[in-house]
Write a protein that binds this ligand. Structure first.
Ligand SMILES: [Zn+2]
Length: 131
């Protein structure tokens, strides 16, 4: 990676608004199908690794250690794009996910885990004003 690319990464890191615990939530999405795969947490170093290595690295809150997705499972996440949200306090990483994103073996962390909701319906559009 050249100096220009590194300074661009630094600019992205400087924009990110980490929480009081030093962590940023990262939504992981399959780049081509739009599937929402999982959510993980990154500190600044995990974000730097994710932006520079082509693989997603998280900070494990339970184990207090870095965790590069796929190193033990083989289910790697290969980075395609990254974006911060409007407040810069949430990250979206679009990836190419190998196999299951969830440690339980489901494709996404949300598969088969729907909960009951009361559905809503958007109001009908107002009729255009006569002119
Ligand atoms: Zn999961």
């Amino acid at each position: 990676m050249n100096d220009q690319a590194l300074s661009t990464v630094d600019a992205g890191l400087a924009l990110a608004a980490f929480g009081p615990d030093g962590l940023l939530p990262a939504v992981i999405q399959q780049w081509d199908t739009g599937e929402v795969l999982m959510l993980g947490w990154m500190n600044e170093e995990a974000l730097r690794r994710t932006l520079t290595e082509g693989r997603v690295t998280f900070w494990s809150r339970s184990r207090q250690e870095y965790w590069r997705k796929g190193d033990t499972s083989g289910h790697g996440q290969y980075v395609k794009t990254a974006a911060l949200d409007c407040d810069a306090d949430t990250l979206l990483v679009r990836v190419d996910q190998v196999g299951a994103a969830c440690h339980t073996g489901t494709r996404t962390c949300f598969d088969g885990r729907g909960i009951s909701v009361t559905t809503g319906t958007r109001p009908a559009e107002a009729a255009p004003a006569a002119s």
